[in-house]
Design a protein around this ligand. Structure first.
Ligand code: ADP
Length: 375
């Protein structure tokens, strides 16, 4: 990419048609990762960023714990494929620096003293980069923290301001960032207190003051977009809850075979039988034509996914027994793993075709698919 001949057209508009005080379009989705406590996917112009928050949770190793407060860890990472030339995976000087300053950008707002000895992990993954990724990541992280229910004094919003051909411009695009005279990324609280400021290039004192006014306007606009996204999420999740309740209370009549038995026919003529012994929820997904029977005891939730009768994973969320039987004479191995975090029991079931060299041992018939949980 070479330097554009001019950065402004005859109407004073920028290369992508924006006014000097206009930010790129921003789109936010809240709660996109089911394993994170809070998450956000954010598109800003051509930037695409995913943020996930985990915690507050107990910090290990314990020697790193702070007895009076939680610590916040922030990892900014650019995916190898996020730019035109491949980026070498793993941390580098730039990502280490951005992680540090971004973590500090949240320090004044996160109420860490409420969670002594804990850690709050923030991961910001840049999937596609097009200038302004650290600010995009901070905007996404703020939403993910709010989505995780982390108590904060308010949101943090970030935007860059720069100088191109002697003119101040808000939210630099890629060419403006690469070939401009200055770049000033800023993050601020909703009260306008600056929590991150970095500068690449030079401003005169007057330019700097003007730049700060401009970036304040940008952050305010972003704050509004963030707030709308969060409002959207929470009003939507209320609706979803109501819909889900309706589904649970009124299952489709054609899938009911007997009171405690459900038969689900899938598109490719496979048959899945689910027998339950209580009013628990069972979800089954198959991608090939094996038959899977799942029997559960108690009112737990069981999720089963099968692919090509190779691997079946059963995850349980409480103290229950789960039996998985297959009809194709596969070998089934089950083990119950006690997880560190909350003593949640996870049953992993691996199925293999019986032509496979590994024979089940004597006890496996009895043990097949059975997992006893530890109280
Ligand atoms: P920011 O993304 O916060 O503006 P920089 O000013 O360091 O951070 O980077 C500007 C842009 O340059 C990035 O958004 C990205 O598009 C590009 N870039 C950064 N690092 C690399 C890299 N290692 N290889 C290729 N492009 C990069």
């Amino acid at each position: 990419m070479s330097k554009p001949e001019k950065f402004f057209d005859e109407n004073g508009l920028r290369l992508d048609g924006r006014r000097v005080d206009e930010i790129r379009p921003m789109k936010i989705e809240v709660g996109v990762l089911s394993r994170a406590d809070g998450s956000c996917y954010l598109e800003w112009g051509n930037n695409k960023v995913l943020a996930g928050v985990f915690g507050p949770r107990e910090l290990h190793p314990r020697r790193m714990q702070r007895p009076d407060t939680a610590i916040v860890r922030y990892r900014y990472n650019m995916a190898a494929f996020s730019v035109e030339d491949r980026i070498r995976p793993g941390p580098n000087r730039r990502s280490t620096e951005i992680s540090k300053v971004s973590r500090e950008a949240f320090e004044p707002v996160v109420l860490t003293h409420l969670y002594p000895s804990a850690v709050i992990d923030v991961f910001a993954e840049v999937l596609q980069a097009d200038a302004g990724t650290r600010t995009a990541a901070i905007n996404a992280a703020a939403i993910a923290l709010a989505d995780a229910g982390i108590p904060m004094k308010g949101l943090v919003s970030a935007c860059a301001v720069g100088k191109v051909d002697g003119k101040l411009v808000l939210d630099l695009g890629k060419d403006e960032d690469n070939y401009g005279d200055a770049d000033l990324p800023v993050a601020m609280t909703q009260d306008g207190d600056v929590t991150l400021i970095q500068m690449d290039g030079n401003f005169t004192q007057d330019e700097f003051k003007e730049a700060m006014e401009l970036v304040k306007v940008g952050c305010k606009q972003i704050l509004e977009i963030q707030r709308e996204a969060l409002k959207g999420k929470f009003s939507q999740s209320e609706t979803e809850e109501i819909e889900n309740e309706a589904v649970i209370e009124a299952p489709a009549p054609e899938v009911e075979k007997a009171e405690n038995e459900k038969v689900v026919e899938t598109e490719d003529d496979e048959m899945v039988e689910v027998e339950t012994e209580d009013d628990e929820t069972v979800e089954v997904e198959t991608e090939d034509d094996e038959t899977v029977e799942v029997e559960t005891e108690d009112d737990e939730t069981v999720e089963v996914e099968t692919e090509d009768d190779e691997t079946v994973e059963v995850e349980t969320e409480d103290d229950e027994t789960v039996e998985v039987e297959t009809y194709d004479e596969e070998v089934v191995e089950t083990e119950i793993i006690e997880t560190e975090e909350d003593n949640e029991n996870v049953g992993n079931v691996v199925m293999e075709d019986d032509e496979n060299d590994k024979e089940p041992d004597e006890n496996i018939d009895e043990d097949i698919g059975k997992g006893e949980t530890n109280e």
